[in-house]
Design a protein around this ligand. Structure first.
Ligand code: HEM
Length: 429
């Protein structure tokens, strides 16, 4: 076993810097260097945050994700945060490191009980019933793009509203409230980006960002408390009704647990899918030959979706806490240590993915880790795949050629990230 490898200072600051995630290529270079030189590395940036181990290799990220006994979610924050922000969260929650008590903050034996409540609902068999509704929505979404042509920003017109509308419909949130949900999600996930946090402020302090997120969560909780009342009085077949009426060990979920459940579905369910959709469209706008090939061969539709999700890896990391002393990649990790499993890095590991920076819808196999693995593997993965498949089929039907009409811009976020603008020029079929 070797001595603990320490990330050099510029690397340590890059891997937590939202701006580096927005610039992307340099970040991928950093991850390549880390995988080559120190695939499990200690990251410290003075007093800014608790030290953590950054894991960048595919096999190590897979192993940690699947070993849910040794690598826990509940003891510490599951998303990287600065010390100042973590202290505020503990003060607000009365000691919990989790502002939101959602599935990703839980471990066994509670986690499987909570997950089981909605797992069935998100399986392909149940989702099949939604296909007609989702197809109609994809069509009206692409209608908007067609009408706006020959140039438009794909993100606000298609990539963002489409998955938002799907998830809100299955959650039972009325259309009139969708913009409020989008606003809250972007504040939660995009706090580091001046365009998404809705304050117009760049370089906000950890305290300002944390306060913004606390406000967004409080608003979500108040909104869903009202929805729960309605869904208990008049249950329907949407997910909100399942959550509102669910019982664990004979009891309804507490208000905090219920809010956490709604919030993770409401938030995880759209910015992620939106980022993968926009990313794939950008890749295709830069590769007309591949676009033409995909138009002609719809057998490649599942491949587009899978590659879109790998190539963009919109959930960029999650954190785990070691339950006991353990060795990974020859490095000794101590009980209680904090680890970052980085999905962007793992999905660009060239020992697993040939030419990983290339978008290749025909890539096979494509066993990416963008949905995670193990007990917490994305609950909505079938739903994300279904939505994207239907949308890309519609886009390939209606768009003849597509190219960039300006510079795409990525969000500044080290957690959920992706394009915030994608100007396109296109012709119709
Ligand atoms: C968890 C990615 C879409 C709901 C996760 C995790 C990742 C992820 C990486 C954590 C996995 C782990 O810890 O091993 C993505 C990506 C998506 C996407 C890349 C789209 C491209 C969705 C959708 C929904 C959803 C559409 C809801 C309908 C959830 C939930 C969890 C989760 C509830 C927590 C599961 C648990 O802790 O048991 N997702 N997701 N996600 N996702 Fe997704």
């Amino acid at each position: 076993m070797s001595a603990a490898p320490q990330a050099p200072a510029p690397v340590a600051s890059t891997v937590i810097d939202p701006v580096a995630y927005a610039e992307w290529d340099g970040l991928l270079d950093t991850f390549d260097w880390l995988r080559e030189n120190m695939p499990v590395t200690r990251v410290e940036n003075g007093d800014l945050h608790d030290p953590f181990w950054l894991v960048t290799g595919y096999d190590d990220v897979m192993r940690i994700s699947k070993d849910n006994k040794t690598f826990l979610n509940s003891p510490r924050g599951v998303v990287f945060g600065f010390r100042e922000g973590e202290e505020i969260v503990k003060a607000v929650t009365g000691g919990s490191p989790h502002l939101v008590n959602s599935l990703v903050a839980l471990d066994a034996p509670i986690h499987p009980k909570y997950r089981r409540l909605t797992q069935e609902w998100f399986m392909p068999k149940n989702l099949k019933q939604l296909e007609g509704e989702i197809s109609a929505l994809a069509k009206t979404t692409v209608d908007r793009l067609v009408e706006a042509g020959p140039e438009a920003d794909f993100v606000p017109l298609v990539a963002s509203p489409y998955p938002l509308h799907v998830i809100m419909q299955i959650l039972g949130v009325p259309e009139a409230d969708e913009q409020r949900m989008l606003f809250l999600t972007q504040q939660m996930f995009g706090g580091q980006d001046e365009d998404l946090n809705k304050t117009g402020m760049a370089n906000m302090t950890a305290e300002q960002i944390t306060q913004l997120v606390i406000g967004a969560v409080a608003d979500f909780e108040a909104y869903f408390a009202k929805l729960t009342e309605e869904k208990r009085a008049n249950p329907t077949d949407d997910v909100a009704s399942v959550i509102a009426n669910a019982k664990v060990d004979g009891e309804y979920l507490s208000d905090r647990d219920m809010a956490g459940y709604y919030i993770i579905v409401a938030s995880a369910g759209h910015d992620t899918t939106s980022a993968s959709t926009a990313g794939a469209m950008m890749a295709l706008a830069q590769d007309p030959e591949q676009f033409a090939r995909l138009k002609a061969d719809r057998d490649l539709l599942p491949g587009i979706v899978e590659e879109a999700i790998r190539w963009t890896s919109p959930v960029q990391h999650f954190m785990r806490t070691a339950a006991e002393d353990v060795e990974i990649g020859g490095v000794h990790i101590k009980e209680g240590d904090w680890l970052m499993i980085n999905y962007v890095a793992a999905n660009h590991d060239d020992r697993v993915f040939e030419n990983p920076r290339k978008f290749d819808a025909a890539r096979s196999p494509n066993r990416h880790l963008a949905f995670g693995a193990g007990a917490h593997q994305c609950l909505g993965l079938h739903m994300a795949r279904l939505e994207m498949k239907i949308l890309f089929n519609e886009l390939l039907d209606r768009i003849e050629t597509v190219e960039l009409a300006g510079e795409p811009k990525r969000a500044k976020s080290s957690f959920v990230g992706g394009l915030k603008t994608l100007p396109l020029r296109y012709t119709l079929s």
